[in-house]
Design a binder for this molecule. Sequence first.
Ligand SMILES: [Zn+2]
Length: 428
Amino acid sequence: MLKLTPTIGMEVHVELATASKMFCGCPAEHFAVKPNTHTCPVCLGLPGALPVPNKKAVDWTMMIGLALGSTVNKTSKFDRKHYFYPDLPKGFQISQYDEPLCRGGQLALDSGKIINLTRVHLEEDTGKLIHQTVGGKRVSLVDFNRSGVPLVEIVTEPDIASGAEAKEFLKKLTAILRTLKVSDCDMEKGSMRLEANVSMGESLAYKVEVKNLNSFRFVEQAIDYELSRQEKLLKAGKTPRQETRGYDPKTRSTFVQRYKETAEDYRYFPEPDIPPMVFSDKDIAAIRAKLPRLPEAKAKDLVDRFNLPPKLASLLVAKASRLTYFKNSVKTAQTLKVSPEKLANLIINHKISLDKPAAEQLKTLTQKQTVDLGIIDQVIKDNPDVVAKIKAGKSSAVAFLVGQVMRLTRGQADAVAARKLLLKRLQV
Ligand SMILES: [Zn+2]
C-alpha cells in the first residue's frame, strides 16, 4: 500500500522596514516612488562601488531569529549568489549561504504541533521589472529603487502537513514580525512574499515549488490543490515532475511555470568586500533584551486570565487594535453579562465595530437575544397544524415556527433562543 504523507516547507521573504537600504545609504522605501530615484553606484552595481552592511538590518534579523527561538551564529558572513536576470545589476545577489545569521528555531501551532525552522538569513532585494507598452511596442523597464532593500528569508523544515497548517503558521509568523516592528508584512506592496515546497510520499524523489502566492488564503488553496494533484499522479504510479508552479486564484489551481531537472548552481562564494561578522554573547544578549512581549506570551495570558480557547486568544493577539479593544471592553461586557469568550467572538467575527464604544453595541446585541414571549405565543396560536405535528414527535417542524418568529420580528430575534422558547412553551 502506497503511503502518502504530505510534506510541506515554506520559504518566506520579508522586506525590513529600515530607513536605508542594505548596503548603501539610499532610502529603502520603494513603493509608489518615482522609478530609479532611490539609487546610487552601490545599488546600481556600478564598478568599484563598495557595500557597507546596514547594522540595523543585521540586528533586526537576529531579533527575528531570537523571537523564533533560533540560535544566533557567533560568526556569520555574506556570500555572492550568481545568476543572470535584468533586475540584478551586479550579476549576483549578496545573500548568505553556509553561515546564516540564525539557525534552527520553531513556532507552535494552536494544536501544539511544532513547525521547526531551518534558518533565518539576510540578503538584498532585487530591482523590479515593469512590463509596459510604449509607442505600440511591448517593453520591459527596470526600476532599481527596490534593488538592495534588506530582505530576510525565513525557511521552515518540511513539517507542515496541510494548507490550513501553512496558513496558521504564516499568520503566527506575521503577528511576531509585526510585534517586532521590523516589517509591515504587506503582501500587496510585496514586502512579504511566500513560497511553498510541496511533495508527498515516503521517498520524496521530487519537490514542487509553488511561487508568487500573495495571500494566506491562496497559500492554503494552492497547497491543498497541489496535494490532491500529486496524490492522483502517485496513485496512478507516476512521479510528479520537479518543477516550479504558479497559482491561479480564478481556477483555484496551480500551473507549470518551469521545469527544474537539476538543482540550480548559483556558484556561491564569500563576498570579498564585506568582512565576516563576529558576535559575542554580550552582543546577542543585548539584542535579546530588546525583544518586546511576543504574541505567544500575550495569547497565553488571555487564556489564563479570561479562560479563552487558545485559537481565539491568538486571533485576538494577531491584531493590536482587536486586543486593545478586547482589554478595554471586557469589564463593560461582563456587567452586561457578556462573557469574555463571547466578546472575543464578537470582535473576531466583526459583529462589533472597533471604532465605536462597546457598551452601546453590546446592549443592542444582547437585546436581540431576548425574544418577546407574546410573539412566541402568537406563532403557536396561528399554526395549530404545525404544533400538532411537533407534539406528535416531528420536532424538526419547529424550524417553521422559528421562521415565523423571525418574520414577525423582521429578523431581530435570536433564532437559537426562539427555538428554545418554542420547545419550552410546547413542552416537548
Ligand atoms: Zn544605493
